[in-house]
Design a protein around this ligand. Structure first.
Ligand code: TYD
Ligand code: MG
Length: 460
């Protein structure tokens, strides 16, 4: 390999920020100890990741471009098809990220199984497992058709060659951190290797119209570059969430050039691979304690779908000068803010109390519509007073203690009704919309301020 100008560059393993000097904290993503030195060859990097020379492109008239529905391949896994925006788009590049062991390889092998069974040619490239290991996993999942091909390879040049020769419709690269390009001198898993590999795959995908899935491990140790460094290059980014030790998995779309983002798919890991969870609300609420203080059900919109969740609060007297606050599944600062609102606007004395807030089910919820439920969970635990079991609450809480309207109130109420809830606390400004197409026995109560909500509870 003839090398041109070799330079030493520091890359952030978390976000890919490039710097000439080492720094303890990444100036871009503020992560600590993620800057790693890599020796790069400037002349070659520009050649492969920049624009290709010699290609002639013709502009076309936008209104004359046709979209054909058959350009999308259905995976046959409903939860995944919805997250993808209605199937796999021809020539798209999709990144599937998540912690090691969460089920990325399993899901993609299942996709390969379904897509190849429908008569599409599929190539699964593994740089991590041997043919026998993959076969063992495949046996748990089920039979595979003759259109499913397997390649255990880490050299990008060899993979490119196979793709050009075999012309599969769908390619899975498991994982991008094991792929190695001769063009870049740094080790596999480094920021420049990962970027180079993705750039090559991007060109292949767009050039040959193959749909490519890339698996990217998220690592906390920073030994390999995280998938975030290539988020901007791909069309679709899906992340697997959930506890590796629990059986449920949530697949969340965080970027999608072909559909709406923030759509989620819920799966359960079983003996025979991942199984779709058709009714996530029921799943998230299973095992809910009865008549326990600090437990409130709320409804969050996950993409286009309403999902019921249980919010748990635990408030107890603090034995230390500075009370302890902890949250799981929701924003820590938001909970602190809501506690301050409770103290200032409703006179609930929380400053000497430890508080813990937990969203059960392993989902991470950032929607402000769950504010009212967090407030109620905290107060319910503080007063040691259980809320009615069939009550749900949603609404955004503002700094003046006002409960503000949320989107799609009637959809949320309908979901609660479906699961047998009978009382719904909604923002007062949503009341007319909520009552408009109310059919069943649901009692809908409009709440204007946090104090109103507390009064409603006290009056029971
Ligand atoms: P895997 O797909 O290998 O994870 P990743 O590719 O994200 O690292 O996840 C495998 C985990 O799932 C492993 O702990 C075993 C478990 N598993 C099952 O429970 N059932 C199955 O049918 C399969 C294939 C795996
Ligand atoms: Mg894997």
């Amino acid at each position: 390999m003839a090398k041109g100008k070799m330079t030493s560059v520091f890359f952030c393993q978390s976000c890919g920020y490039e710097s000439a000097k080492w720094t303890g904290q990444c100036p871009a993503c503020k992560a600590w100890n993620t800057m790693v030195e890599e020796i790069v060859d400037r002349s070659e990097l520009k050649g492969s990741q920049g624009a290709r020379k010699g290609s002639t492109s013709e502009p076309c008239i936008l209104s004359e471009v046709t979209i054909r529905e058959q350009d999308k391949v259905l995976t046959g896994i409903g939860e995944l098809d919805r997250v993808l925006g209605g199937g796999i788009v021809q020539g798209s590049l999709t990144l599937v990220g998540g912690d090691p062991g969460i089920g990325k390889s399993t899901l993609l092998l299942q996709v390969c199984q379904k897509v190849s069974a429908a008569g599409h040619k599929v190539l699964y490239v593994s740089g991590e497992e041997s043919q026998v290991q993959i076969k063992m996993r495949a046996d748990r999942i089920g039979p595979f058709s003759k259109d499913m091909f397997l390649l255990c390879e880490t050299s990008l040049d060899a993979i490119t060659e196979v793709i050009r020769r075999q012309k599969p419709e769908v390619v899975v690269i498991d994982s991008i951190q094991t792929m190695y390009s001769e063009n870049v001198s740094s080790a596999p898993g480094s920021v420049s290797q990962v970027r180079e590999a993705t750039a090559t795959l991007l060109q292949l995908a767009k050039g040959l119209l193959v749909s490519v899935f890339i698996v990217g491990h998220v690592t906390k140790e920073g030994t390999v570059a995280g998938p975030r460094v290539l988020e901007h290059m791909v069309d679709t980014v899906l992340y697997f969430e959930g506890d590796r030790h629990a059986s449920y998995r949530v697949l969340r779309g965080v970027k999608n050039r072909f559909g709406s983002t923030n759509e989620i798919g819920v799966f359960e890991m079983r003996e025979t691979g991942l199984v779709e969870v058709q009714n996530p609300s029921e799943y998230m609420l299973s095992g809910r304690p009865e008549n326990a203080s600090g437990s409130v059900v709320t409804c969050s919109m996950e993409g286009t779908r309403p999902v019921l969740l249980e919010i748990q609060g635990l408030v107890c007297h603090s034995s230390f000068g500075i009370p302890r606050r902890q949250t799981t599944g929701t924003d820590f600062n938001r909970v602190n803010l809501l506690m301050a609102v409770l103290e200032k606007r409703s006179g609930v004395q929380l400053s000497g109390c430890d508080a813990y807030v937990n969203v059960t089910g392993g989902l991470k919820v950032t929607e402000p519509a769950i504010d009212l439920a967090i407030v109620l969970a905290i107060v319910s635990s503080f007063r040691n007073q259980a809320l009615p079991a069939k009550l749900i609450a949603f609404g955004e809480v503002g700094l003046s203690g006002e409960v503000r309207s949320v989107s799609q109130a009637s959809q949320r109420i309908a979901e609660a009704e479906k699961l047998g809830f009978d009382t719904c606390l909604v923002p007062k400004s949503n009341l007319s919309e909520a009552l408009k197409d109310k059919a069943g026995k649901m009692k809908v109560v409009g709440i204007a301020t946090v104090s109103d909500a507390l009064e409603f509870l006290g009056s029971r």
